[in-house]
Write a protein that binds this ligand. Structure first.
Ligand code: NAD
Length: 237
C-alpha cells in the first residue's frame, strides 16, 4: 500500500472486541431497543426522555471501554502511509483513543452534544454531563436544550463532500466491521470499485455487499488487522 491513496471505512464491528455491542445483535435490537424507538428524529420528538437516557448510557459506557488492537493497528497504518483517510460510522471515540487523528465521523459522535437552537456542537463529557437529566448549551444567550450529536436514521450523514472526494480518488478501499446495511456508507465500496480501487474487507462474517470486495478476510478485526497492517506497510505494490 506504500505510495497509494488509501481510505479505510470502519463500522460497529471494530469496536465489538472493546465491549461495545454492534447494531444488529440480539435479533435486530440495539442494546434491547428497537432502532425506531431510539435512533430517529421521530423518536426524539415523541419521547426525548427515552432517547436521551439511551444515549447518556452509551456516553457513560465510553468511560468503561478501551481501544483494541484493531483501532491501534489503523493508527499505525495511518502513521506509515502518506495519503490516508479514516472514515468511521462509529459514534464512539475509540479510534482517537487508539492513536488516530483526523477521523471522519460520518454518523456523529457521542462525546459531543448539539445545541437544538444553533446547531453548534460542544464536547460535554464531564461527570455532571453524564446524568439522565437534559443538558443546556453554552452557546446561546438563553441556553437551549442539547441533543445527541448523532446522525439518526432519516438524517443526512456528516462530511459527505469530503468523504466522496476521498473515496473517488482512492486506490485502495478497506472496510472493517460493517454489515453493509446502512446507506450511504454501504455504497462507498461500489464507488471506490467503479473508480478502479482495490477493495478489501475485514469482517466477522460476509456482509450484504460482500460481492463488491476483491479481497475478503473473515474473522475478528482485533485478531486479523495487526498482521494485515504489517503486511500492507511492507508491500510496495
Ligand atoms: P452493524 O452492527 O450493522 O454490523 C457490524 C458488523 O461487524 C457485522 O457484519 C458483524 O459481523 C461484524 N463484526 C462483529 N464483530 C466483529 C469483530 N470482532 N471483528 C470484525 N467484524 C465484526 O454495524 P455498521 O455496519 O457499522 O452499521 C451500523 C451503524 O451502527 C452505524 O450507523 C453506527 O453509527 C452504529 N453503531 C455504532 C456503534 C459504535 O460507535 N461502536 C455501535 C453500535 C452501532
Amino acid at each position: 500500500m506504500q505510495g497509494k491513496r488509501v481510505v479505510v471505512l470502519t463500522g460497529a464491528g471494530i469496536s465489538a472486541e472493546s465491549g461495545i455491542r454492534t447494531f444488529r445483535d440480539d435479533g435486530g435490537l440495539w442494546e434491547n431497543h428497537r432502532l425506531e424507538d431510539v435512533a430517529t428524529p421521530e423518536a426524539w420528538r415523541a419521547d426525548p426522555g427515552l432517547v436521551w437516557r439511551f444515549y447518556q448510557a452509551r456516553r457513560r459506557q465510553l468511560n468503561e471501554v478501551k481501544p483494541n488492537p484493531a483501532h491501534e493497528a489503523l493508527a499505525q497504518l495511518a502513521e506509515g502511509l502518506d495519503n490516508f483517510t479514516l472514515i468511521t460510522q462509529n459514534v464512539d471515540d475509540l479510534h482517537e483513543r487508539g492513536g488516530s487523528s483526523d477521523v471522519v465521523h460520518m454518523h456523529g459522535q457521542l462525546v459531543t452534544l448539539r445545541c437544538e437552537a444553533s446547531g453548534r456542537s460542544e464536547v460535554r463529557m464531564s461527570d455532571s454531563d453524564l446524568s439522565d437529566t437534559f443538558l443546556r448549551c453554552s452557546c446561546c444567550v438563553e441556553p437551549a436544550r442539547l441533543r445527541p450529536d448523532i446522525v439518526w436514521f432519516g438524517e443526512m450523514p456528516m462530511h459527505m463532500e469530503a468523504i466522496y472526494a476521498a473515496v473517488d480518488a482512492c486506490e485502495v478501499f478497506v472496510v472493517v466491521g460493517s454489515s453493509g446495511h446502512v446507506y450511504p456508507a454501504a455504497d462507498l465500496v461500489h464507488i471506490a470499485k467503479a473508480n478502479g480501487a482495490r477493495t478489501v474487507l475485514v469482517n466477522a462474517e460476509a456482509p450484504l455487499n460482500v460481492e463488491a470486495f476483491d479481497e475478503v478476510h473473515l474473522g475478528k478485526a482485533g485478531e486479523l488487522l495487526p498482521g494485515l497492517v504489517e503486511t500492507w506497510l511492507s508491500d510496495n505494490e
